[in-house]
Design a protein. Structure first.
Length: 390
């Protein structure tokens, strides 16, 4: 499960850094968390296609993008092609969709539309934001279709103002079956330590199976593979689970996790037989990463007087990102995993070590998990389970 092997993989390396940056800054304390860094990167890469000057420089720095626009878009398209390839072969279900919604008559540059059509398979649809509810219904129908009905009402009339001109949406839906499924009859209600002093009863799945596994001083790391072709030595997609050795340590581990540490954890994974106890869980998260992106240095894009998106429109009035939002959902059970995420971003204008015995991986306290595309190294989703019953 090694990671970046060539210059071509620098986008994935940067995407992993961005994902871990977000994980460090998303302060959820004792709440569950789930988001898709891949989906957010896809959306912001489309925006980057129209950014120029200092706005583009800040985005490249904060998002760990290659400075050259063409390199970025080509690499995004290449990873996207790899993901779609596995889905077409029936290894798993994966859908990625992008759409631009533009105010009727608003002048978007054809050069920008050509880039997003060629590299992001995104079309543009003209709408009337002043119509409010009917426009929301059109967008939410698209979102529902792209996420197999898991997310249905992300867009609402409260997002629109008289200055709204463009809204970008990006969606991802994944459904995969475990390579070795958990037997339902082995699932039992067990205690899960939501804190060092408090437990809840939750359905705990169990199996003994050979999987990539590693032990470290502070964590146990496990990679649960999803179903893939039998003639492949490595699964296309796996869920990497990071379990702190001590209860109450998840905050410290997830807020300090960096690229080097994550790479070492993956490199240390070796196939061996493990006893696995894993809770069933279901998480829905809704958040705005606007302030987090500004903390990372992406400031001008949100400022009416300094945002430079002259590669997207030649309108003379100020044009800036009003806000962005992501909703994500995941369900994990004995059969496998189903997950989806949708990000929406809208523009406004105007002024304003191995044991000899079988290791036990007992996830009976808060843990971190990542759904990862192994051939490219892309992190599709990240989550924290603090309470499987919440």
């Amino acid at each position: 499960m090694l990671i970046w092997k060539s210059e071509k993989d620098l986008l994935v390396r940067g995407g992993t850094e961005f994902a871990l940056d977000l994980l460090q800054k998303l302060k959820v304390q004792d709440k569950n968390l789930f988001f898709s860094p891949y989906n957010l990167t896809n959306l912001l890469a489309m925006v980057y296609a129209g950014a120029r000057g200092e706005t583009a420089a800040e985005m490249a720095e904060a998002l760990h993008f290659p400075a050259d626009h063409q390199t970025l878009h080509a690499q995004v398209a290449d990873v996207d092609k790899q993901l779609r390839s596995g889905s077409k072969k029936g290894l798993y279900e994966l859908r990625i969709g992008n759409r631009i919604w533009s105010q009727i008559g608003y002048p978007l540059l054809q050069s920008f539309l050509d880039v997003v059509a060629a590299h992001y398979w995104s079309g543009v649809e003209q709408v009337d934001f002043s119509q409010g509810e009917p426009t929301c219904q059109v967008m939410n129908r698209w979102i529902k279709d792209q996420t197999a009905g898991l997310i249905t009402e992300l867009v609402n009339t409260g997002m629109f103002t008289p200055e709204t001109r463009v809204l970008l949406t990006s969606a991802i839906h994944f459904k995969g079956l475990w390579l070795s499924r958990f037997r339902k009859e082995a699932t039992r209600d067990e205690e899960f330590w939501v804190s060092p002093h408090r437990t809840v009863r939750t359905p705990m799945m169990y199996q003994q199976v050979e999987v990539p596994y590693a032990e470290y001083v502070d964590v146990q790391v496990l990679a649960l593979p999803y179903r893939h072709r039998e003639d492949w030595t490595e699964p296309d997609i796996s869920m990497v689970i990071v379990l702190p050795r001590n209860r109450g340590e998840l905050n410290n581990i997830s807020t300090q996790l960096h690229l080097g540490q994550f790479g070492r954890w993956l490199y240390g994974l070796k196939s061996q037989t493990v006893e696995i106890f894993l809770p069933k869980f279901e998480i829905t998260s809704l958040y705005s990463p606007r302030s987090l992106l500004m903390e990372l240095g992406m400031v001008n894009a949100f400022a009416p007087m300094t945002a430079d998106f002259s590669g997207m429109t030649q309108a003379t009035e100020p044009f800036w990102i009003g806000d962005l939002l992501q909703e994500a959902y995941v369900k994990v059970d004995e059969e496998g995993t189903e997950a989806a995420a949708v990000s929406s971003l809208w523009f406004c204008t105007g002024l304003v070590s191995t044991r000899l015995s079988i290791p036990v991986f007992g996830a009976d306290h808060p843990f971190l998990f990542l759904i990862r595309h192994n051939p490219s190294g892309s992190i599709l989703f990240i989550g924290r389970v603090n309470n499987p019953q919440a």
